[in-house]
Write a new protein. Structure first.
Length: 211
């Protein structure tokens, strides 16, 4: 017995390990995108709007689906077809939700003369980039799921770079989730809703540090 999976189920092979590495890349990639949003928030003092916050939530949820696969591989020494479908299914739901949120924000700024919300990166606003990344992720997840039957029950080494990179990806995601929760709390304060165009960290005003 290796972890929670019988040795007879561990078929080994390259495909299972490639999908494990892809899950690590998926977690780090989406978490890095959220870090980019945090840079614009704290580095350039651009307050995220409600739709921006929703997109971050879907990004982190998408990363959490892949994180489930990593955690299963580290704990059990293998990832079954059911585990792949569970993890990538959660990610797929998240990227579909995120696609709608980013599309909605894009549609709010399509009229002629509308300069959009926030800064641009290579000529496109962050929510447009988010929409494209959500779409690309949906395609990637579909491809991965199509081959999940070939990569299921593949042994994932429990030591060396597999464990180090997987553990680092999980910690990276956990830290960024915590930072994002604190950032949203500072911006929203003790209120149910964020304003459409935030201009301050309302928590600092709510507790009397700023007036």
């Amino acid at each position: 017995m290796t972890g929670l999976v019988p040795e007879s189920a561990l078929t080994g092979g390259l495909l299972g390990r490639v999908q494990y590495w892809f899950a690590c890349l998926f977690v780090v990639g989406w978490t890095g995108v959220v870090c980019g949003g945090l840079f614009f928030q704290f580095g350039l003092w651009e307050y995220p709007c409600p739709l921006c916050v929703v997109q971050r939530m879907f990004m982190l949820l998408a990363a959490t689906g892949a994180a489930y696969i990593i955690r299963t591989g580290l704990a059990a020494g293998a990832v079954t077809g059911r585990d792949y479908m569970m993890g990538w299914g959660l990610s797929l739901v998240a990227v579909i939700g995120g696609s709608f949120a980013s599309w909605r924000q894009t549609m709010l700024h399509v009229l002629p003369g509308d300069k959009g919300f926030g800064s641009e990166v290579f000529g496109l606003h962050l929510y447009v980039w988010a929409w494209m990344l959500f779409q690309a992720s949906a395609v990637a997840i579909g491809i991965v799921l199509a081959f999940a039957h070939s990569t299921a029950d593949r042994a994932v080494p429990e030591d060396g770079p597999y464990r180090a990179v997987g553990t680092a990806a999980l910690w990276f995601l956990g830290v960024v989730i915590a930072v994002n929760v604190v950032a949203v709390f500072f911006e929203e304060g003790f209120h149910w809703f964020l304003p459409d165009d935030p201009t301050k960290y309302r928590l600092l005003y709510d507790i009397g540090l700023l007036g």
